[in-house]
Design a protein around this ligand. Structure first.
Ligand code: ATP
Length: 367
């Protein structure tokens, strides 16, 4: 059992609060992603779990054991960092075998584990080379192989794929995910790449300025962002946000009243609310329609399976997915309508999600 329990952890560097009162439980064998923009405290939080940083306040336990004051080597973890520190004077084989020799494992067990880890990372042919004879991406794979070979119950990874080219990243994402499911390892994985986070994690902890803003499954973080920042950070394109006027039980966007599910209305307070809607939940028409907002096409980007249309309504820029065969010209006037059940509602001032029961909204539509 290797559950990681972080309770009220603080870490400051001088005046910078890098980790601010973080409480988070990573379940045994769970794959949790720490995601957020540069400087939000992801690496610092990971280093606190590893013991490379001492926390100022709070506690950390791994597998039910309080490790807050233990050095890294006594925490039962393996780590991979962005800087992929491999030993330059050792061959790839010896680099991967290093942790296993420290554990004094039998020679044939070491040999087997090194070859398995190397095969997984596609570096079987490089075992006799020295790091200076490898590319950056190959060195990074050696670092991952070394951590995997140890087979510890907890693996901490800080942007381990950042130096790989796009294709290899894609392949590695899928392989790492499969690997950790098989190995039954508890993984905490730092990235600022939201695609990596969405595709790999069981749950994502979205961080900003040292705090965890939302901790949930990728699908829920994408569909129900806890605030405007998260909706804008997760997803490509980001969620669209528009200010809407609320008056007499109606919601008006750019002069057009839009349909609002009854269960939502009770949460909306005049005079304004913030509407969040994803590109795939907007319908686009080339002729005027009831309840559709007039916009002007700015750019059409063909993406193969569909087109991404960037449109403008006064000062607002809106991204809309359209069928690949729909022909639109720049400057063309078109109309857009939001799928009512897919609108997410936020406080216009704070940007926080309003407490709408979206399941009930969906159920009411289906029913
Ligand atoms: P990135 O994605 O750029 O690596 P991050 O989210 O991992 O960013 P951290 O590296 O954890 O962020 O840094 C959080 C804050 O703490 C930043 O403001 C950073 O400048 C500061 N910080 C981190 N380490 C130190 C240190 N050793 N001394 C002083 N300040 C630090």
């Amino acid at each position: 059992m290797a559950e990681i329990r972080i309770q009220n952890v603080w870490k400051t560097f001088g005046k910078v609060v890098a980790v601010k009162d973080v409480t988070l439980t990573v379940e045994d064998r769970e794959f949790v992603i720490l995601l957020g923009p540069s400087g939000c405290g992801k690496t610092t939080l990971l280093r606190c779990i590893s013991g490379l940083e001492q926390v100022d306040r709070g506690t950390i336990s791994i597998g039910g054991r309080d490790v807050t004051n233990l050095p890294p080597r006594r925490r039962g973890i393996a780590m991979v960092f962005q800087s992929y520190a491999v030993f330059p004077h050792m061959t790839v084989f010896d680099n991967i075998a290093f942790g296993l020799r420290m554990k004094k494992l039998p020679k044939d067990e070491i040999e087997r584990r090194v070859r398995d880890a190397a095969a997984l990372m596609h570096i079987e042919d490089l075992l006799d080379r020295y790091p200076a004879q490898l590319s950056g991406g190959q060195r990074q794979r050696v670092a991952v192989a070394r951590a995997i070979a140890v087979q510890s119950e907890v693996l901490l990874m800080d942007e381990p794929l950042s130096n790989l080219d796009a294709l290899l990243r894609l392949e590695m994402r899928a392989e790492l995910k499969r690997l950790f499911t098989e190995l039954e390892t508890t993984v905490v994985y730092v990235t600022h790449d939201q695609v990596e986070a969405m595709s790999m994690g069981d749950r994502i902890a979205v961080m900003r300025e040292g705090e965890i803003l939302q901790f949930d499954t990728p699908v829920r973080v994408y569909d129900y962002p806890a605030d405007r920042f998260i909706g804008g950070f997760i997803g490509n394109p980001p969620m669209n946000f528009l200010v809407a006027d609320v008056e007499d039980g109606r919601v008006v966007v750019h002069g057009t009243p839009i349909e609002v599910p009854p269960l939502v209305l009770e949460h909306l307070k005049p005079p304004r609310t913030l509407v969040g809607i994803r590109a795939e939940n907007i319908e686009l028409f080339t002729e005027q329609q009831e309840g559709a907002i007039p916009v002007q096409v700015l750019v059409v980007e063909p993406l193969g399976s569909h087109n991404l249309v960037t449109a403008r309504a006064d000062g607002d820029i809106i991204k809309v997915n359209t069928p690949a065969d729909l022909r639109l010209a720049p400057d063309q006037r078109v109309w857009i309508r939001f799928v009512p059940e897919k609108i997410r509602w936020f406080d216009a001032q704070t940007g926080k999600a309003l407490p709408v029961d979206y399941q009930a909204v969906e159920a009411a539509r289906v029913g």
